[in-house]
Every structure is written in structure tokens, then in C-alpha cells.
Design a protein around this ligand. Sequence first.
Ligand code: XUL
Ligand code: CO
Length: 437
Amino acid sequence: MSYFDVPEIKFEGSASRNPFAFKHYNPEELVDGKPMKDHLRFACAYWHTMRGTSSDPFGAGTALMPWDDGSDSLANALKRVDVFFEFIQKCGLDFYCFHDRDVSPEGRNLAETFDNFDAVTEKLLAKQKETGKKLLWGTANLFSHPRFMQGAGTSPSADVFAYAAANVKKAMDATLKLGGEGYVFWGGREGYNTLLNTDMKRELNHLAQLLKMAVAYKAKIGFKGQFYIEPKPKEPTTHQYDTDTATCMNFLREHGLLGEFKMNIETNHAELAQHTMAHELAVCVDNGILGSIDANSGTQNIGWDTDEFPTNLYMATDVMLAVLKMGGFTTGGLNFDAKRRRESFQPDDLFLAHIAGMDTFARALKIASEIKKDGFLEAFVADRYASWNSGIGAKIEAGEACFDCLSEYALKQGEPLATVKSGRQELLQATLNSFIR
Ligand code: XUL
Ligand code: CO
């Protein structure tokens, strides 16, 4: 039984005009001695690929899904698993990610919801064994159901908190069962719409309790995967607590949780925080907490989360420079948390969209590797800070200087303007351009 009238996607090289072929992603090709597929670790997001209908606030979904009967039945959920695995297999995506509610429906009560989830994860496990595909990370959807309208870990209702915790426990069990390499906490509705009705301090303490319980449960069940926090500054609430990496780090540090989590950085979320993706990734790499990446893109100047497929080579190059700088992914990868545009409604658009994203990142990997090998950026930055390598700079960095000695030094040296060198931004940008081809 086949659900897609599309062949297995193969690498044909950059001259190919076959839309259903990779022009740059050649999974086994070595880049710096490592196969491209191991550098990139592409993952497919179950929620967009299988559950995204392309509806928007003004109209019904447009996506054609001939395999889906539109119901929330368990039978329909089980059928989607077959469709999904055919898709990721033909598209050459080695990993996938899911929320509990993407794969299995809510039951009439929590026990039935858990039974549904068990039935679907059994099938996911069988399909993983059959195909060799792997789970990059799992997570719990603590935002769609009306019970979570005012938050989950930060809900004013202790009963909602308990319900959320039960679902996180179950989703962690499932992730362990499926050999998942990570588990994501994205804040969903953890935030507020107005401070007039919000005890922010209490809500944040509750959120920390939820994470502490997850850490304890992780040890209890022997889950060796990596925990990630996925920052996002707004949407759906006016203010999301996990605004950006720096905010998340401060929160984790305050609650003694810093060593337990890394970040899952999403391009569109970085943009909503009015940062560049490069900034968010640099904060992570500098602190040794870059875990995984939700590879997508926003639309410039719009201000909301559009989750587009990433096709911007400059942005993808920034991402791959950061990934290479940290020495490559360990548990993480590039998860296409991305959806086709509403106008791209045919089933084969799922392939074309992923091919576009995968080829973009394959090219970016090669470009980033060349930039790294050339070394012009590193050399420039090293030279820019050379005054710190010896003399007074080295003394300051070593913590051996004080105001009195610096004052004495400055009085003796006189005006330092002549020691300031050009930042050469335009030269660096132009040099970087010459690698993007
Ligand atoms: C929402 C978002 C989520 C997380 C997982 O903007 O990015 O899909 O990636 O919960
Ligand atoms: Co995401």
C-alpha cells in the first residue's frame, strides 16, 4: 500500500532539474570526514507533516490528505503512522519528532488517553524497527486543550498542574520506550496575557517544580536522553516566560537546573525575540548548551510565527557555522518545525518543501565547512582581541588588575585611540559572500 505517488528521493547533483531529487544533499558524502547525514541529522515534525491542515484564522484547511478520514479515531491515528513512515523513508529523513497529541487522540478520560497513546507508540516502535528511523525528541502537548488555556506548569489551578505533570510523565515514558535521544519542553501557554491577574513569581516557581520533578523522574526511569528548553518570546501568550536563551539560562540557574538542560533553538522564535538566529546560537555555543535546532524561518517584518521551510542560504550558513563551532550535534539535529504555505496544498508539496530545506542545509554545511577551513573569520577575531594576549590585557583577564594600577597605566600611556583598529564589517560580509555559491 502506497500513499504517495512520489519515488524515493535520490541525489542527482546540482545540475539536475528534477524537482523530486536532491541537488545538494548527498547523505553519505563526506564533509570534513563525516557523512552529511551525520552532520545534519534531519528530522521531520509529525505535527506539521501529518496534522497540519493549512487552516488559518480566516479559513478552513486546504491541505489534501487523502489517507486521513478527518476523524479523531484511534484507527485514523494508527493509519497516519503508516503514511508518515512512508513519507520519511522516501524523503530520506532519518529522524522524527512528535508531541503526544500529534500521534494519538485524547480519550474520554486520562486513562483512555494513555491507552490510545500506548497503542500508537507500539506501532511507532514497530515501524522504527522495520525502517531504522529514530526519534530525535518527544514532547507533551500542554497547550491545545482548553484545560491549558491559562498555562500548564504555570496554571493558576493546581489540578491543571497535576494533569500536566501526568502527561509529561507519560510522554517521557513513551520517549524512553522509543529510544528518543531527547525530550523538549516548549513553554506552550507558560506565560501571561496581563499582569493584572498574574502572580508571576509563584507561576515561575511552579514551572521550576515541574522541571525538577521531570529531572527526578528521568533518573528514576533511567532515561539517558537530553532535556531541552525551546525558547520563544511571544505567541500564544503576550509574554512567554522562556523568552530567549539568556532568560532561560537565568531561570535554570536560579533554580539549580542549569546542568540538566540544553536549548532547542528555533529560527522563527529567535526572530520573534528580535535576535538573529546567529545571536541565539552564539549564546548557546558560548555556554555549552546548544542541543538541537528547529530549522525553519519567519517572514521578515511580520512579527508572528510563520514556520516556513528554511531556504535562506545565509541564515542556514550561520546555523551550520555555529553547529561546526560546537563540534557537531550529539543528541540533537535539524528538525523541520516547518509547514508548507497554505497555497502548497498537494501531498507532493510535503516532499518539495522538505527537499528545499534539506538542500539548503546541505549547501550551508559545505559552505560553513569551507569558511571554517579558510579561517578568515577566526583569524580576524583573534587579531581584533590581540591586545588581551599579553601586557596589561593579559593582566586584566587574569584578574590581577585593579583601578589604581589601570589608572596609573592610562596616565602613562596617554590617548589609546591609535590602538583601535577598524571593525571591517563590510570586508567580512563581502568575504563571506564569496563563499556562498
Ligand atoms: C511552537 C513550537 C513547538 C515546539 C514543540 O512554536 O515551536 O512546536 O517545537 O512543542
Ligand atoms: Co519548535
